[in-house]
Write a protein that binds this ligand. Structure first.
Ligand code: NAD
Length: 497
């Protein structure tokens, strides 16, 4: 059994007083226990990070990026081991775990370009003998708080850019699958990152609240559920910090009658059931436009029934278990709610058992048809392998439903009409939009973020917004007068003539 403590100042720490068990979802067995940091533990880590920032911020951007180049090579060399850590603790299948690591590494690759990304602006002669330029400087100690569903990728959305910009970082991973972040901390040290620049504190609300309120933490990046995202945004903002807090989702796919149905169904299967639906960009609602619903069901249903569900380390599986027994109960109760509210359950994954894994948190693929916008299973994020079909009469009704929904993370339209696709891109009230692409996650050199109650704060994650979030801009206006040309006092607004 693993015991996971904290990683502070370049090494593992002793356990905290409080600990919590974490499990292997495929077997239901306890895998280890994780220390839950006290306020004093977190304050100690912040103090160390603050000290480390003094020297790290003076390291040249080129040398900071060289550490990240080495880190990338080390993660690649340890890819199999890290993917297995993810699969054992999260449950997703091994290839999906590797995909998550690769998508995270793309942010590291982006951050390796920091010498270019940090360049400021310069204008010569903004006034007579006066030049102006800007600097992008680090903030100091910044913190990241991550969800369980991408234990490697989401932290990598945050810390590579933050440390490349010269900040020091405190990561608070999910207490449900903490091991892979600890491995990344070790690899950062091996790559030559000075002690104290990247620290991990494990924990729960006590650790998070200390990060949100401590005077020496200057920015907080959060990814998780909407109620907590809102709390993080309100609390950290009230304590004078920059905040980007990404929340939950209910991502709709619009299926137009002219779409290539085979292509749409293939895309939908992966987008709805990949990672057992535990993705913030998973498609959980299909809006079947016009008469597209019956043909969709006919093609979709056999594929859902053929899903290979099992232990994520077993080759050839499509889907692993859910994260915890509590989450399994929650998702199952949504299935019951859907039935009680009158939706038609065409595929029921509740009866699924996986041989030799009777204690695992497995749920087979579920499909509801004739879901209506008033139903709970339409309104709320389920975060499991449960797909809802809503039948709508036309494109306008589909667009209206998406725009009226409280979440606005991702969406997609499947169509062969350029006109419909263009209209959709321009008018849909969602942050990330796919055209014949089911999960439109922006690449690392763009920025990731939803709208409405899927994101609190003005800046998205990684890409150009990531650099803006982790730096403060300084504008300098300079004159070097000749001794003979000392200006007289001026009492009116200088207009730089
Ligand atoms: P969660 O909100 O329960 O937990 C996220 C983090 O917040 C964890 O580190 C947890 O320890 C901490 N936390 C939980 N309760 C807290 C509290 N009361 N006070 C302070 N901190 C607290 O989320 P989760 O279950 O780990 O992750 C799933 C959620 O994350 C889903 O809603 C999913 O949509 C969302 N998510 C969103 C994105 C996105 O990009 N928008 C990406 C991934 C996941």
């Amino acid at each position: 059994m693993h015991t996971i403590n904290h990683y502070i100042n370049g090494g593992h720490t002793a356990p905290s007083q409080r600990t919590q068990a974490f499990y292997e979802p495929a077997t239901g067995e306890q895998r280890g226990s994780v220390s839950l940091a006290s306020a004093a533990d977190v304050a100690g880590a912040i103090e160390i990070a603050k000290k480390a920032h003094e020297s790290w911020s003076k390291v040249t951007p080129l040398n900071r990026s060289r550490v990240l180049f080495k880190f990338k090579a080390l993660v690649e060399a340890n890819m199999d081991e890290m993917a297995e850590l993810i699969t054992r603790e999260h449950g997703k299948v091994l290839d999906d775990a590797k995909g998550e690591i690769i998508r995270g590494l793309e942010v590291v690759e982006f951050a390796c370009g920091i010498p270019h990304l940090l360049k400021g602006e310069h204008t010569e002669q903004v006034g007579g003998g006066v030049d102006a330029w800007t600097l992008n400087q680090s903030l100091g100690v910044v913190a990241g708080i991550a969800p369980f569903n991408f234990p490697v990728m989401v932290p990598m959305w945050m810390f590579p850019i933050a440390i490349a910009c010269g900040n020091s970082f405190i990561m608070k991973p999910s207490e449900k699958d903490p091991s892979s972040v600890m491995r990344m901390a070790e690899l950062l040290t091996e790559a030559g990152l000075p002690d104290g620049v990247f620290n991990v504190v494990n924990g729960d609300k006590e650790a998070v609240d200390t990060l949100l309120t401590h005077k020496d933490v200057h920015a907080v990046s959060f990814v998780g559920s909407t109620p907590i995202a809102e709390y993080i945004y309100a609390t950290a903002s009230a304590h004078g910090k920059r905040v980007q807090a990404l929340g939950g989702a209910k991502n709709h796919m619009v299926l137009m009658p002219d779409a290539d149905l085979d292509q749409a169904v293939g895309a939908l299967m992966g987008a709805a059931y990949g990672s057992a639906g535990e993705r913030c960009m998973a498609i959980s609602v299909v809006l079947a436009v016009g008469d597209s619903g019956d043909a969709l069901v006919e093609k979709l249903l056999p594929q859902i029934k053929a899903l290979k569900v099992g232990n994520g380390v077993t080759p050839e599986m499509d889907m692993g278990p859910l994260i915890s027994t509590q989450h399994l109960e929650k998702v199952t109760s949504y299935v019951e709610t859907g039935l009680n509210e009158g939706a038609k359950l065409l595929a029921d994954g509740r009866a699924l058992t996986v041989a030799d894994h009777e204690q695992g948190y497995f749920l087979g693929g579920c499909l509801f048809d004739h879901v209506t916008p008033e139903m709970t299973i339409y309104k709320e994020e389920i975060f499991g392998p449960v797909l809802a079909i809503v039948r709508v009469k036309d494109y306008a009704e589909a667009l209206q439903l998406i725009n009226d929904h409280e979440f606005g993370n991702g969406t997609a339209i499947f169509t062969q009409s350029g006109e419909a696709a263009r209209h959709f891109c321009h008018h849909v009230q969602v942050g990330m939009v796919g055209v014949n692409v089911p999960i439109p996650v922006p690449m690392a050199f763009h920025s990731f973020g939803g709208w409405k109650r899927s994101l609190f704060g003005p800046l998205h994650m990684h890409g150009p917004d990531g650099v803006r979030f982790y730096t403060k801009r300084k504008a300098i206006t300079a004159r070097w007068p000749q001794p003979s040309k000392q200006a007289k006092a001026e009492f009116v607004m200088p207009t730089m003539k």
